[in-house]
Design a protein around this ligand. Structure first.
Ligand code: NAD
Length: 353
């Protein structure tokens, strides 16, 4: 049994990862500050789902609820630490008394468009927070980590599919710039302090518990409520949508890879090598819900890239990554979850595509 610290473990990807680590028999130290990007109640339910507890939690008030949650979930294999990665003392408290084998760093301000409205917050959490985490790892002798980067670092890369060796110095959003900064910091700490790292460039992740501000979740919620779908641009932009189960497979594969070797610093794409246009997504959502959509066309948004398209051969070569979930099947699973367990609230925020 190993002990893994998952930052952002109450979020969409983090809660799925914690679930997989627990099922594999490991101990998880989940660090999350339950930030305001979306409802903390959703994150509490993510955690309860991820550790297999009934989600009939009675909500009272955020601070009280988090204390009750911490007590309810504490056990030999799971510890929830409500902490902000920007605060060294809170990270020290999270690491104290633990022998952490590796950190999987997913905590961040996620999403392209809000980063244009609040770039300093993105810089503070994603860059300074990551640096604080690396310093805490150094202080506590943690020598392995994985870090969530993003396909957005490729900007409007002309060459497709996007390969890890392509130039990524033409960021078109503050979010992308902060993710690139994390990759650079990862290399710095690898070089100076021997902290082995795999930086994972996730390509638009979807599936059960997806963030409420992401396009698939928003479109399903809008169509379900009979509202028109807000579509930016002419519908031709394309995304490499990656199902959450495949992403977790990729994280687990890269974890095995980094743990089995010394002196590792790699950047790896986790996508599918297959793209879906915005209009195809709308048609897919219609099919999955059995309803016809009305569309509200709006201009392209600054920061949005024209397409994302992953070359995933490096992940395949390094740790056998092979995404399996076909897009319509993944969409069907999301809709089933949405209908059965919907607790997400679509934010009054533009969809990130
Ligand atoms: P999410 O918002 O659901 O999860 C992030 C979690 O981090 C949240 O629970 C939040 O409360 C926590 N957090 C934020 N700031 C924190 C802080 N200062 N201290 C402690 N915890 C903090 O997002 P997600 O979709 O699960 O994304 C996880 C990671 O993957 C992020 O780093 C994101 O940038 C990256 N990513 C996601 C996608 C995607 O499509 N979902 C694509 C590319 C990259």
């Amino acid at each position: 049994m190993s002990t893994y610290c998952v930052t952002g473990g109450a979020g969409f990807i983090g809660s799925h990862l914690c679930e997989r680590l627990l099922k594999a028999g490991h101990r998880v130290v989940c660090v999350d500050n339950f930030n305001e990007a979306y409802d903390y109640k959703t994150k509490i339910k993510n955690i309860l789902n991820s550790i297999g507890m009934e989600s009939d939690f009675q909500f009272i008030h955020k601070e009280t609820d988090l204390l009750r949650l911490q007590r309810a979930v504490a056990g030999d294999s799971y510890k929830l630490v409500v902490a902000d990665i920007r605060h060294a003392d809170e990270l020290d408290a999270a690491f104290a008394g633990e022998r952490i084998d590796a950190v999987i760093h997913l905590a961040a301000m996620a999403g392209v468009r809000p980063s244009i409205a609040d770039p300093l917050l993105y810089e503070d959490v994603n860059v300074r927070g990551t640096l604080q985490l690396l310093e805490a790892m150094r202080r506590h002798g943690v020598r392995k980590w994985l870090c969530a980067s993003s396909s957005s670092v490729y900007g409007n890369n002309e060459k497709t599919p996007f390969g890890e060796d392509d130039a990524v110095d033409r960021s078109i959003s503050p979010y992308a710039a902060t993710k690139k900064a994390c990759e650079v910091l990862g290399h710095t700490y690898y070089y100076l302090h021997g902290i082995d790292a795999v930086m994972l460039r996730f390509f638009t992740v979807y599936g059960e518990r997806q963030r409420p501000d992401l396009a698939i979740h928003k479109f399903v919620a809008m169509l379900d409520r009979g509202e028109p779908l807000t579509v930016y641009g002419d519908g031709s932009s394309r995304r490499d949508y990656t199902y959450i189960g495949d992403i977790v497979d990729g994280i687990m594969g890269s974890l095995r890879y980094v743990e089995a070797r010394d002196a590792v610093y790699e950047i790896v794409n986790l996508g599918t090598n297959r793209t879906v246009s915005l209009l195809e997504l709308v048609r897919g959502v219609e099919r999955a819900l059995g309803k016809k959509a009305r569309i509200r066309w709006l201009p392209n948004q600054p920061g949005d890239v024209k397409q994302t398209y992953a070359d995933v051969s490096k992940a395949g070569r390094l740790f056998g990554y092979a995404p399996r979930t076909e897009f319509h099947e993944g969409l069907r699973r999301f809709v089933t979850w949405y209908r059965g367990n919907n607790y997400g609230q679509a934010l009054d925020r533009r969809a990130d595509l």
